[in-house]
Design a protein around this ligand. Structure first.
Ligand SMILES: *[C@@H]1O[C@H](CO)[C@@H](O)[C@H](O)[C@H]1NC(C)=O
Ligand SMILES: [Ca+2]
Length: 172
């Protein structure tokens, strides 16, 4: 009698310890420190634009939705290009620091409103553009914008294409 209640008390104590261990390791899992800004893959940043932001591209390949979340998780924004000066800074950076084919996602899409591209981070419509001749031309099939780092021209692309590199920016 004494022995079985002793065992029961042990059972309770072990159970409580186990539950505490599990819950504290779950808590550690949730409290993972945030990744420092852009700090993966030895990321190198572009020069500053006049508006005070820097672009950062990665030698990774992913779909548009994964790209948007990639930048967001790093505390950055998907890249937007608001002026010719920004496109020039960006193109110099991409051309000088990445190997071909260097197609990068821009943070813009015409999902939901065919033909009207907007920047994901601000929801504002494209004003400056640098579309390649004849682009965008993919209609309702191609709804996400890319930039070719070799010359700074833009192309619409299938948003699900997972062979495009992510391009983020610091928040100016
Ligand atoms: C910064 O600008 C200079 C002058 O245009 C250029 O030579 C250099 O490659 C740029 N640096 C980066 C990281 O793009
Ligand atoms: Ca489209």
């Amino acid at each position: 009698m004494a022995s079985s209640s002793f065992n029961f008390v042990h059972f309770l104590i072990y159970g409580l310890c186990f539950a505490t261990l599990v819950s504290s390791s779950l808590e550690n899992e949730l409290k993972k420190p945030e990744t420092p800004l852009g700090a993966i893959n030895d990321a190198k940043f572009s020069n500053l634009t006049q508006s005070g932001k820097q672009y950062v591209g990665y030698n990774l390949y992913m779909s548009f939705i994964d790209f948007i979340e990639h930048c967001h998780k790093l505390g950055l924004q998907p890249a937007n290009v608001l002026t010719k000066e920004e496109n020039d800074v960006l193109t110099t950076y991409l051309d000088g620091n990445f190997a071909d084919p260097k197609y990068f996602w821009l943070g813009g899409a015409d999902i939901g409103r065919e033909g009207r591209y907007y920047w994901i981070a601000s929801l504002s419509e494209f004003t400056f553009t640098s579309w390649g001749p004849g682009y965008p031309n993919g209609g309702r099939d191609e709804n996400c914008a890319t930039i070719y780092g070799g010359d700074g021209s833009w192309y619409d692309q299938y948003c699900t294409n997972d062979g495009v590199q992510p391009l983020c920016q610091t928040i100016p």
